[in-house]
Design a protein around this ligand. Structure first.
Ligand SMILES: NC(=O)c1ccc[n+]([C@@H]2O[C@H](COP(=O)([O-])OP(=O)(O)OC[C@H]3O[C@@H](n4cnc5c(N)ncnc54)[C@H](O)[C@@H]3O)[C@@H](O)[C@H]2O)c1
Length: 270
């Protein structure tokens, strides 16, 4: 008989989470560790996410922090090598690091547009590339790659064109990688998750930008209007995203690849 509790566990697996110093990435790292994975926490800030690694260790899990800018290919090689040297394998990559900017298209500078693409798209591409090199059968054991897109990768809004463009690219990079990895027999699944507004620094900034762009008179008005667009009546919590990532990382999702898992309290269904 299938042991479903075991299928959702990650015991024995090794995971790398980018941008895990705070917010959604930190919660994903904690959740993967609680489900049994050994975790490489990586970030460009905060000593590579040292506080997150310490929180995992304090909870009885296993984690290392790694200073890692996702736009630098040599730092991807070093982060993946850390997993391989420390644990001999890499099973799960979560491409979580990302930034957001706001500007009306007529005012958006090419530098700002490029910066968003560099971190949100090029950074994910490099992660996918180096995870495939580490995970692909027959040298590797296969694995699961999970990319943080957004509802912004599915629909547009005023004032965030660069961010929408980047998250739309992540959605299709995911599908292309999923098909290629499946058809080449690598044993690697690749999926994207698409949260609506989640209560983090980025979520707060996103709401504030509506005020800064003159689209809402004040923060409270913008927050109420955006919250009302989520039929479940609340913003997401990092745990809502982390739970989905644990599922996609686990053997319970063995037949799931190239999918876009929308986590939005009904935002895009309305
Ligand atoms: N918060 C939301 O409402 C929301 C909604 C949908 C999708 N997302 C996506 O979820 C992911 C995490 O978002 P969050 O809300 O936790 O953001 P956040 O701003 O709170 O945290 C982002 C983390 O990424 C790190 N980072 C930034 N640039 C980096 C780089 N070049 N290299 C490595 N790390 C870098 C930061 O240091 C930070 O720790 C992002 O990809 C974001 O686009 C967020």
């Amino acid at each position: 008989m299938t042991d479903y509790g075991k299928r959702f566990r990650l015991d024995g697996k090794v995971a790398l989470v980018s941008g895990a110093a705070r917010g959604i990435g930190a919660e994903i790292a904690l959740a993967l560790a609680q489900a049994g994975a050994r975790v490489i926490v990586s970030d460009v800030a905060d000593g590579g996410g040292r506080a997150t690694a310490q929180a995992i260790a304090a909870a009885g899990g296993s984690a290392d922090a790694c200073v890692h800018d996702v736009t630098v290919e040599a730092q991807w090689e070093a982060a993946v090598a850390l997993a391989q040297h420390r644990y001999g394998r890499l099973d799960v990559l979560v491409n979580n690091a990302g930034i957001e900017t706001a500007a009306l298209l007529a005012q958006c500078t090419l530098d700002d547009f490029r910066r968003v693409m560099d971190i949100n798209v090029n950074g994910v591409f490099l992660g996918v590339k180096h995870a495939i090199r580490a995970m692909a059968k027959p040298q590797g054991q296969g694995g699961s790659i999970i990319n943080l897109s957004s509802v912004a990768g599915l629909i547009g809004t005023t004032g965030h064109a660069a961010y929408h463009t980047s998250k739309g690219a992540v959605r299709l990079l995911t599908k292309a990688a999923a098909v290629e990895c499946a058809q080449l027999g690598t044993g690697i699944r690749v999926n994207s998750v698409h949260p609506a507004i989640v209560a983090t620094d980025m979520g707060t900034n996103f709401i504030q930008h509506f005020v800064d762009l003159g689209l809402a008179p004040d923060y409270a008005t913008a927050e109420a209007a955006i919250k009302a667009a989520h039929p479940l009546g609340r913003f997401g919590e990092p745990a809502d995203v982390a739970s989905a990532v644990v599922y996609l990382a686990s053997d319970a999702a063995q037949w799931v690849t190239g999918t876009e898992l929308v986590l939005d309290g009904g935002y895009t269904a309305a």
